[in-house]
Design a protein around this ligand. Structure first.
Ligand code: KG4
Ligand code: ZN
Length: 342
């Protein structure tokens, strides 16, 4: 089966083509084109939804066109079109959804509606020839918009265990980065700065680390960073301060993510842990997970998507549509910015 995936839930415009192998349930990536309006947003320190959607209107057709170049005759070869319907920014989602509806109508091909969060999870199943991902699996989706823990009993049985009550982990990095004068998105820059030390000088709070649920809260960390920046004075902020604050912030966020994920692993006796979302592109985070497993001699397989598949992309949407194939008529497809786990 050949699936065209389309993703426009935030500031990326992406299209991808995957080939699936029914019997082995494997996904091969044929193309994955991503166009981002990030350079526009780095000037404003964050995403302006209107700006993102306008850019996506410009890019959606060229991006799909580029992704389809791997096929000789897309109109015949494509078996299904998968598109993100939510959650996300409504203007952005509409660009992808309306384009997918038109393609489905004109090509007379089935349409599959995909939840963006499932997409982040299924990035782990792309070209995964290494090891089978065994169930039950605990999935941590950690990005700029989401921090969620999900129990996967199988492809059709998901249980949302908990999530952030306020800011997402990536959002905490982006907001703190703004206070430190870093460009958007700040996560990768914070990781780079933090590599210059190994001293946790600030000892920021670990919000909700001991709570008896699977929820998170990261908004207080932004305030904690603000307090330190104010103490130093924004004009006195030196590289050394940025390094130390970045390191301590990262430690605080990652300590909580690790504690809660392994708590879920233990409770549900999981065989696998799968990460997904932009923050899982952090090598520091994946190293911490691996070290924790090794140190505690845990019998669990750990999976993280390739770096380019951690942040938003259409390949993960196509992959999710294969494992959770729910056809919908173009007449009934609509964007749902509020969509969560159903
Ligand atoms: O998945 P994604 O592209 O978009 C959302 O669905 O939110 O994730 C973007 C987020 C941003 O907050 C960015 O700062 C964070 O992922 N991020 C990182 C790293 N790379 C991206 N955070 C920490 N370390 C990184 N290396
Ligand atoms: Zn995302």
């Amino acid at each position: 089966m050949i699936i065209l995936g389309i993703e426009t839930s935030c500031d990326e415009t992406s299209a991808a083509v995957i080939k699936t192998y029914g019997k082995e349930k494997k996904v091969k990536l044929l193309s994955n084109v991503i166009s981002s309006s990030i350079s526009l947003h780095s000037k404003t320190g964050g995403i302006i939804p209107e700006v993102a959607a306008r850019e996506q209107v410009k890019f959606i057709i060229p991006v799909i066109d580029e992704a389809l170049k791997v096929l000789k005759n897309p109109k015949i070869e494509v078996d299904a079109i998968a598109v993100t319907v939510g959650p996300g920014l409504i203007g952005s989602l509409l660009v992808g959804v309306e384009t997918a509806r038109i393609l489905s109508y004109v090509w007379k091909k089935p349409l599959v509606a995909v939840n963006h969060l499932f997409g982040h999870i299924y990035a782990n199943w792309i070209e995964n020839g290494k090891k089978e991902i065994k169930f039950p699996a605990i999935s941590l989706i950690v990005s700029g918009g989401h921090t969620d823990l999900v129990l996967m009993k199988n492809h059709n049985e998901f249980k949302w265990l908990g999530g952030t009550r306020d800011d997402a982990a990536g959002e905490a990095f982006d907001k703190a980065g703004r206070l430190l004068g870093l460009s958007y998105p700040a996560g990768p820059e914070i990781e780079k700065l933090a590599k210059n030390t190994n001293k946790d000088l600030y000892d920021f709070p670990r919000p909700m680390i001991g709570s008896d649920d699977f929820d998170f809260s990261f908004s207080g960390l932004k305030t904690a960073v603000l307090r330190e920046v104010e103490k130093i004075g924004i004009i006195n902020l030196k590289e050394e301060n940025k390094i130390n604050i970045s390191y301590s912030l990262q430690e605080a966020v990652f300590d909580v993510l690790i504690k809660k994920t392994f708590k879920a692993y233990k409770k549900y006796d999981a065989k696998s842990i799968v990460l997904g979302g932009g923050v899982s592109a952090s090598q520091t985070l994946t190293d911490k997970f691996e070290r924790f497993i090794e140190k505690n001699k845990l019998k669990v397989d750990f999976f993280v998507p390739e770096k380019t598949l951690c942040t938003d992309n259409a390949a993960m949407i196509a992959s999710a549509s294969f494992y959770k194939y729910e056809e919908v008529s173009w007449k009934n497809l609509s964007a749902n910015p509020e969509l969560y786990f159903d």
